[in-house]
Design a protein around this ligand. Sequence first.
Ligand SMILES: Nc1nc2c(ncn2[C@@H]2O[C@H](COP(=O)(O)OP(=O)(O)OP(=O)(O)O)[C@@H](O)[C@H]2O)c(=O)[nH]1
Length: 303
Amino acid sequence: MNEKNVVFASGFVALVGRPNAGKSTLLNACVGEKLAITSPVAQTTRRRMRAVVNTDHSQLVIIDTPGLHKPKDALGSELNRSALGELAGADVVALLVDATKPVGTGDAWVARHVAASSAPYKLLVLTKADVAGPEQVAAQLAAVRDLVELNDELVVSAREGFNVDAFVELVSAHLPEGPRWFPEGMDVDATPEDLVAEFVREKLFCNLRQELPHSVGVLCDGLEYADDGHASIEVTVLVEREGQKAIVVGHGGQMIKRVGVQARRDIERLLGCKVYLDLKVRVAPQWRRDEREIRRLGYSSED
Ligand SMILES: Nc1nc2c(ncn2[C@@H]2O[C@H](COP(=O)(O)OP(=O)(O)OP(=O)(O)O)[C@@H](O)[C@H]2O)c(=O)[nH]1
């Protein structure tokens, strides 16, 4: 075909799956930049994030969704609603399944939702191939095939970059003809303030004990550039109880200091300038049950 006649394709690609399946890591690998936060703690993703991947003949808008799970509070229900909402409008749905975790009832529930979505192209993406042997991969593919019939399947390792380009190519080939939805220089639909709050939350997730992270919410209260080019950023960390505040602050302020140092590194890389980061910790009892607070923090599907 003549180069001029090549049709431009574009569309929305929803990454869905159980918590910890590797959705955010795959999104970052596709964009080639850290935008979505990741951690070993399940349910890290709270904020729907759309990232843009441009190729010569296509534009993929990849949507990272919160992991689908059995909700325990208003926040959990909101995260599920947000993820399921993305299934409705997507051109492509990628069901991500961890190659190393036994397929269970939770996966069956997610698979049913994927099967019910009207997306014209649905793909199984088996993740974390770098830590699964060939037999495990084959067994896992068979187990998911028993749950749901999809159009294609692909085995990837986002951590090692294995089949990430193949994922982008495969999805591009199944997008409808369409325009560039986002200008070429734009790779994410989140503001710098949103990303700053997320980067701080990631470091809290990585440093805190297993249960505590879910009680933590993060809000960027201000981001200003000074004349010398550095950015001054104020961030509030919300917790639900005084005892949690003591853990987040740490002995002599050590924990919050460590989180600040780690987050500042990522924020400086993101903004491309020196950053002064001021972190405060505030107790907001039961914020996870308060829909207004959930919305203010940006974890709501209605934003
Ligand atoms: N070995 C290996 N680990 C991976 C890979 N992809 C993701 N992980 C790890 O799996 C964990 C979860 O990854 P995330 O990308 O945060 O998973 P998620 O599906 O976005 O999780 P939720 O936010 O809970 O929905 C993190 O510790 C990642 O480093 C991979 O290709 N290989």
